[in-house]
Design a binder for this molecule. Structure first.
Ligand code: ADP
Ligand code: MG
Length: 287
């Protein structure tokens, strides 16, 4: 690769809103066989909204909001917003707050142990058959369900919905037309991940993945050729680094942007295709 052609490639891309950190990255894009996507904030808008509260609604929202006030997770933001809108406030004494990566949050609330999270956090908790059936129903509607409970008993569910970005489906279709395999890698539940994958046309879903395991999944996919990983969160930094091409959303956390070799300024997944086209044009010219 000649430096001049590379500079043309990267300079033109910057105008299009695709920041490419160096020529090696641009060259690697040309050989990518699999594109792996994070879900929240990458395929979806990343501004989840509470849609359903099942069980004792006020108690459920009160406990959840008390705990999530100490969390910065997008799901926490959605729950706090809903509690504010419904004017639900907790006066309970909160202590021993803990955030458990990929699972949820716990704390002591007026001397009882309270929790908000998924079934990995609550493996030993008791849940009624009715709540369990409701949970599955909501997950099939592509809603993320968090369980809310006290002292190992689930008292209610909160369903939270995040919608795909308007351009995600077109971007994934364009990648598939170019013969690339598309994969979703997410910490969210299998049913929810499948439902969203179906909406946007993703080929393969790897769900229920703990943040610490995301890089290992990228490495496994590298057995079939070069892998690009597209993500936005702190959680995604190891996968962005492990991939042959790390692509960060411009709206993402600083840690993700630092880890990525390419940054999509417009947060539009169609710009993954833009990067591919630029790489092809650049390297066709100088070969
Ligand atoms: P993603 O791969 O979509 O970025 P995370 O690894 O951040 O997901 O979280 C995975 C799952 O862990 C969430 O879908 C949720 O079930 C649970 N979780 C994580 N943090 C929280 C929280 N603050 N409150 C409730 N649930 C949480
Ligand atoms: Mg994300």
């Amino acid at each position: 690769a000649t430096p001049t052609a590379l500079m043309v490639g990267t300079g033109r891309s910057a105008k299009l809103g695709v920041l490419i950190k160096n020529g090696d990255v641009l060259e690697a894009v040309n050989d990518v066989k699999t594109v792996v996507f994070d879900k929240t904030g990458t395929i979806t808008v990343g501004q989840p909204v509470v849609t359903d509260i099942v069980g004792d609604q006020t108690a459920t929202l009160k406990i959840a909001a008390a705990l999530e006030a100490s969390s910065e997770h997008p799901l926490a933001t959605a729950i706090i917003k809903r509690a504010e809108a419904d004017q639900v406030q907790s006066t309970a004494q909160l202590a021993d707050f803990k955030a458990i990566e990929g699972k949820g949050v716990t704390a002591t609330l007026d001397q009882a142990t309270a929790f908000v999270g998924n079934d990995k956090l609550l493996a030993d908790a008791t849940i009624s058959a009715t709540l369990k059936a409701e949970m599955r129903r909501l997950q099939n509607e592509a809603k993320t369900v968090v369980l809310v409970g006290m002292n190992q008993q689930v008292i209610g569910l909160i369903a939270i919905q995040d919608t795909p970005k308007a351009t995600s489906q077109a971007a994934i279709q364009a990648l598939k037309e170019r013969g690339l395999k598309t994969v979703m890698l997410t910490g969210d539940n299998q049913l929810v991940a499948q439902a969203i994958a179906k909406q946007v046309g993703i080929d393969q879903v790897i769900a229920d993945v703990l943040p610490s395991d995301k890089a290992a999944h990228v490495q496994a996919l590298q057995k079939n050729g070069k892998v690009a990983f597209v993500g936005d969160g702190i959680n995604d930094a190891p996968a962005l680094t492990a991939a042959d091409v790390g692509i960060a959303m411009g709206s993402g956390t600083d840690i993700a942007i630092d880890a990525g070799g390419i940054v999509l300024v417009k947060n539009d997944l169609r710009d993954v295709v833009t990067a591919l086209e630029l790489s092809q044009k650049t390297f066709d010219r100088i070969k």
